[in-house]
Design a protein around this ligand. Structure first.
Ligand code: CA
Ligand code: CA
Ligand code: CA
Length: 473
């Protein structure tokens, strides 16, 4: 019974494949081969007529006695869609000049196939894409210059089958090596600790009173104000977890702050002038700069914070990210570059300053400013402001087998904290596969057909083998 089931499945599968391959695309041009025996719905100028001689296929062709054209406006097309136009033409014996097959009035400049100058039928073919507001196109077969006439026949217009790019995620081929889902009622002290109560650039203080667990799987950082003093939440993995290379991701709901921001960033233990960024770079995976106006930033800073400070950054206007829904912000750090992602889509990449080659720890922080680039906190009406963080995850290459003896575990770890479990995982060499270019495949493709026949043959051969085997056993 089992064998019969296998045979049946294989046969059905191959039939389905065959049917798929043989379905033919729809020709959107009417009377494309002039077989109606009349011009309509083509129009002509220059005296084009339908003739029952000189055709490429069927019993009719269109003939242009001299300079002139057949034209057909095809309506009902989809906007922003790619179509393939194919037509055939030849010059009359003894004629000179060119026959040109092309398209116009599709919302973009006219496009033509290579000119036909032969007195035997040649194919003219091109692909065009309708504009975002265009739903029609004018197809033409145009005898241009020279003397004498030309024939046109066998026009087809088909939507190009676009194979969507294979969905890729930045974490493909990587494995989770560190994470905090922020479950429970207390912040995991083996992973995070509040940042010291430092006075910050914008007149605020980082305070360990400004974070709290929701009990529902999130940590909530906040900015609050008390007697004119601003306190902001900040937690970090300093001396608890650090590593180099990999994919670092936070999932959170962006806060709307006038004059302040939330940030997920990676810090080296030293960010010194000299050696560019190789000896450590502040990597700001994201900063929700002036959420009021929907700005989001990625940035890197190296060679200290003094006169030699250097930076590279990218800012985007993304009000859609401030919709009180969860979004992910990630950064793939390879030995060659930093690649930034928003909701799994690449948003920026840079290798400015060279790439940091030292272990770095992570920070989740909020802070405010007093009228600088992110706006003015005093304009913020709603207080306190909260930032809900659902998780932080770190992935590294799974292609690399961790060596038993870590070579780069920080030596300054406090003894009461467990050592990082995997700081030895070296280079993350797996950059995400770039999105595959759009490929076109008309499914009448001869290759596809022959591969289908091959599949069918293999199936029948397998079936034969199985039946023979069943009889023998
Ligand atoms: Ca014909
Ligand atoms: Ca440096
Ligand atoms: Ca969570």
């Amino acid at each position: 019974m089992k064998k019969l089931k296998i045979i049946a499945s294989l046969t059905i599968l191959s039939l389905l494949l065959t049917m798929g391959v043989y379905s033919s695309p729809i020709n959107l041009i009417s009377n494309g081969g002039f077989e109606d025996g009349e011009i309509s719905p083509w129009t002509t100028w220059g005296g084009g007529v339908i003739v029952s001689s000189g055709q490429r296929t069927g019993s009719h062709a269109g003939q242009l006695p001299g300079e002139g054209a057949f034209e057909q406006t095809v309506t009902g097309l989809a906007s922003s869609t790619t179509y393939r136009l194919t037509g055939w033409g030849k010059l009359n014996d003894g004629s000179t000049g060119q026959l040109i097959i092309g398209v116009k009035d599709h919302g973009s400049p006219q496009q033509t196939a290579p000119a036909i100058t032969s007195t035997t039928y040649q194919e003219g073919s091109l692909e065009f894409t309708t504009a975002s507001w265009a739903t029609s196109a004018k197809i033409f077969c145009f005898k241009y210059q020279g003397s004498g006439g030309a024939y046109c026949d066998d026009f087809t217009l088909e939507a190009v089958t676009v194979t969507p790019p294979v969905e890729t995620n930045p974490t493909d081929n990587l494995q989770l090596i560190w994470n905090d889902e922020f479950d429970g009622n207390t912040l995991d002290a083996t992973k995070w600790k509040p940042a010291p109560e430092w006075f910050r650039q914008g007149g605020s203080y980082w305070s360990d009173d400004n974070y709290e667990m929701t009990g529902n799987g999130q940590v909530k950082l906040s900015v609050s104000e008390e007697n004119g003093v601003v306190y902001a939440g900040a937690i970090r993995t300093h001396q608890l977890f650090d590593t180099k290379y990999g994919y670092f991701e936070v999932r959170c709901k962006l806060p709307q702050i006038q004059g302040g921001w939330a940030a997920f960033w990676l810090m080296p233990y030293n960010n010194n002038p000299g050696e560019q960024g190789n000896d450590g770079t502040e990597i700001d995976v994201f900063e929700s700069i002036n959420g009021w106006n929907g700005q989001i930033n990625h940035a890197i800073h190296w060679d200290g914070y003094g006169a030699e400070h250097q930076k590279d950054s990218a800012g985007f206007n993304r009000p859609d990210l401030y919709d009180d829904q969860y979004h992910t912000f990630g950064m793939l750090w390879t030995p060659d570059e930093y690649i930034f992602y928003i909701d799994d889509e690449e948003s920026w990449r840079t290798s400015a300053g060279g790439v940091s080659d030292v272990n770095q720890y992570m920070k989740l922080t909020m802070e405010v400013t007093d009228g600088a680039w992110a706006g003015n906190w005093s304009n913020q009406v709603e207080k306190p402001i909260e930032w809900l963080v659902d998780y932080v995850r770190v992935y590294q290459s799974s292609a690399v087998t961790p060596t038993p003896t870590p070579t780069n575990t920080p030596t300054s770890l406090p003894t009461e904290t467990p050592p990082p479990t995997n700081t030895a995982l070296p280079v993350a060499t797996d950059t995400p596969t770039p999105a595959a270019p759009l490929t076109v495949g008309l499914d009448t493709d001869a290759t596809a057909r022959s591969s289908s026949i091959f599949l069918l043959s293999v199936t029948f051969f397998l079936t034969f083998l199985l039946i023979t085997w069943r009889k023998m056993s």
